[in-house]
Design a protein. Structure first.
Lengths: 324, 324
């Protein structure tokens, strides 16, 4: 990967940095931000990290995560260099107005959405922004200490499913190996990311799996699961405990679509659709007024859950059976 | 890792190899066996792979897996070199009598259980036998092709939870990176290992999770699950469908030990123990005459399952509460 010389130059030359990332931040946004801030501080510069939503509690394990503050506290001066990580427009950061800063810089691995930023370094082929920051820090003089290494290892882990997704390459594992040598503990990170569920959340998963139904719609196999308000109440959980639940039935080889229907606080039904390969669930979601991407989409409906499931299967049949 | 010179010499010198591994083989036993056999064949030698239980269907994706035949078909002659992989005694292979062979060789990463083998190469610190075979093949002249690379990548993936367990080191990721360069596809292997379950297997998982009990033994939290013969019958599954089931309850943050008890065909109970961090389940397994590693061990007992669970919890209390 070729790091733009102008970025290295600015990081070496300037003295004040404000590091921002996208709303609802996950491990790549957070780990990249913290690692970059710590490296800049080690180089004797001022570097602060802000996020509209602050630090989600599940990322409290990240060393240095106390650096992450909310946007309300942000201080940008005409001397500041603003660095936007893991997204590339201001709206995704949760900011509506351009800032009065010295320079703005974007470092991201997502396709461009806007032209924000005086300097833009976008690598859509790179699996994680954490990989870009890793290469960046290797090229700076600061060195990567064990705290930065843990943050970058977490960033790369989240965006590659810890080396399981199709964006994983030999280079990803080489970066991981180097970060372990520099102090990241792979099982600690994996344990915090994948094995730190509350008991209540696990009980909710079991109850959810017990609702599994598998239907064949033409050539498409659809798994449906349901979470009622009563299930949330019984297990002492909330909707925030259901992250990733819709992925579980994808473990079944024959399943093309996994649909999780969960009751909202106002008694509606939120559908989370996940699909494999070429099966496009965004088309089904849009049929119900929802949206999303090809393999992950959703919609919201009122009514009886059994009728909703029937309507959903009908929509699968009408929207997907003729593949285009 | 230092490869015994005698092993390299024998593999180079001898002409006929019989490769064996443990009963109920998993990805490490199978991937290591197939990769070694293919390398030896490429070197112009005869090399056959046998396993008492043949090839479990979930490993049918392994290229070269048609090499794996059942023990009944085994042909050992006085010219054969017998190579035992991923275990180190004949009983684990499912063989009761010593074989009339030229030489026997053991390559394993488990603690020794017996002294079988004219040449023994045991590396208890190594996360997978597949890592040992990887280093071995790097030292031979055969080279590693993409088929061998996929088998070794799978072997290492299985025994490290695809780089998530505490046995994962920088060297593990370096080997993984090299195997990707040599042709292993990380997302293909992950999808086959983690998202290619039969529907029956998924139903068995749900039934298994429904047996979950969580007990507090002093400072240790223990999750137990049970699979009865009746559950296998009802879901149309076998013991080979239970791989990794014992890991599921580890998702719960407070759980230190997850113990899965499954009924064997002859009505005994096989316990699979998994633990986190410093909790050493090998000590508990050895209390019951079993064995294994610190974080993954097992044993076999006769009796009533409720009594076995009670005895197990008592053993946890007696063997773990005073940490040394």
């Amino acid at each position: 990967m070729r790091i733009p010389e102008s970025i290295l130059e600015i990081l070496r030359r300037e003295e004040r940095f404000v590091i921002l990332s996208h709303i609802n931040p996950e491990g790549d946004a957070l780990g990249s931000s913290i690692a970059l801030a710590l490296a800049l501080r080690r180089m004797g510069k001022a570097a602060d990290v802000y996020n509209r939503d602050g630090l989600p509690s599940i990322y409290g394990f990240l060393p240095g995560s106390d650096l992450v503050r909310r946007l309300e506290e942000m201080k940008v001066t005409p001397e500041s260099v603003v660095v936007i990580l893991d997204c590339n427009d201001l709206e995704r950061v949760g900011i509506s107005e351009r800032m009065d800063c010295k320079l703005s810089m974007v470092i991201d691995h997502h396709e461009t959405e806007s032209d924000y930023g005086d300097i833009r370094w976008i690598e859509p082929e790179c699996p994680a922004t954490g990989m870009m920051i890793y290469y960046l820090l290797k090229s700076l003089d600061a060195g990567i200490d064990s705290v930065m290494a843990t943050n970058l290892y977490t960033a790369i882990s989240i965006d590659t499913g810890t080396f399981r997704y199709s964006n994983t390459t030999a280079e990803t594992l080489l970066a991981g190996a180097d970060l372990i040598r520099l102090g990241a503990d792979p099982s600690f990170v994996a344990e915090r990311l994948y094995e730190s569920w509350s008991r209540n959340r696990f009980m909710l998963l079991i109850e959810t799996l017990n609702t599994l139904e598998i239907n064949r719609v033409g050539s498409i196999t659809v798994a449906t699961t349901v979470i009622t308000s009563e299930m949330f109440r019984r297990t002492g959980t909330t909707s925030s405990d259901t992250e990733n639940f819709s992925n579980f039935p994808r473990k079944i080889e024959e399943v093309h679509i996994s649909a999780l229907f969960r009751e909202t606080e106002d008694g509606r039904w939120k559908a989370s659709l996940r699909s494999k390969g070429d099966v496009n669930v965004a088309r089904i979601a849009s049929h119900f007024g929802g949206g999303g991407h090809k393999n992950a989409a959703g919609f919201l409906l009122d009514g009886d859950i059994e009728e909703i499931k029937r309507a959903f299967l009908k929509a699968v049949s009408e929207n997907l059976l003729v593949k285009t």
